[in-house]
Design a protein around this ligand. Structure first.
Ligand code: HEC
Length: 163
């Protein structure tokens, strides 16, 4: 091999690398623009919570709850005591006050949602669409976390059923 052929090979090699890198660059920019277009035309849903409030279990410690057909009157009486002590500053049983009236709440809300609203109001107004709407309806006055145990909250729910 003479020096002229060597030089030609070197030049060809550089030319090859140059062309290849141009091609790669072009490909990269093409694939970069593709997901951007997909994002704007197909936005992801904000939340996967069901639109029907009766199906919405909310966010918090209670994942599900089915109320038995019969009301447990002893449990409801204990719930009423807890309610009078911790909730009546803002809630009246049958009338809208600082917060909504709990009468008929299970015609509007899933029992698990109500439990989570009592036990985890901070998380609910941050992450649950129904709770966010409610907060807006009450002009940004938040539901207070009264530090109830799950058992106490469940008793309050039983009392709500008697209203
Ligand atoms: C400092 C006032 C305050 C106290 C005390 C309070 N709440 Fe509330 N509550 C609110 C307000 C205001 C709302 C509506 C706005 C919101 O949810 O952010 C609400 C909403 C609720 C809801 C949802 C009602 C609906 O119709 O969807 C439930 C259930 C509830 N409260 C139960 C209770 C219980 C049970 C207690 C006692 C352990 C209690 N609250 C104590 C102010 C209060």
């Amino acid at each position: 091999m003479n020096s002229k052929t060597n030089l030609l090979l070197i030049v060809l090699t550089f030319l090859g690398v140059f062309i290849a890198s141009c091609g790669a660059d072009g490909d990269a920019s093409a694939s970069r623009s593709t997901p951007a277009t997909t994002e704007t035309t197909d936005p992801k849903p904000q939340s996967d919570a069901p639109a029907d409030p009766m199906q919405d279990k909310g966010v918090g410690p209670v994942k599900d709850l089915t109320l038995p057909a019969e009301i447990d009157q002893a449990m409801a009486a204990e719930g009423e005591k807890i309610y009078k002590e911790k909730c009546t500053a803002c809630h009246k049983p049958t009338k809208k006050y600082i917060g909504p009236a709990p009468k008929g709440i299970f015609e509007r809300r899933h029992p698990a949602w109500v439990m989570n609203m009592i036990l985890n109001p901070e998380g609910m107004v941050k992450e649950n669409e129904q709770a966010k709407k409610l907060l807006m309806e009450f002009n940004g006055t938040p539901m207070a976390n009264q530090g109830l145990t799950e058992e106490q909250a469940r008793k309050v729910l039983e009392y709500f059923r008697t209203l």
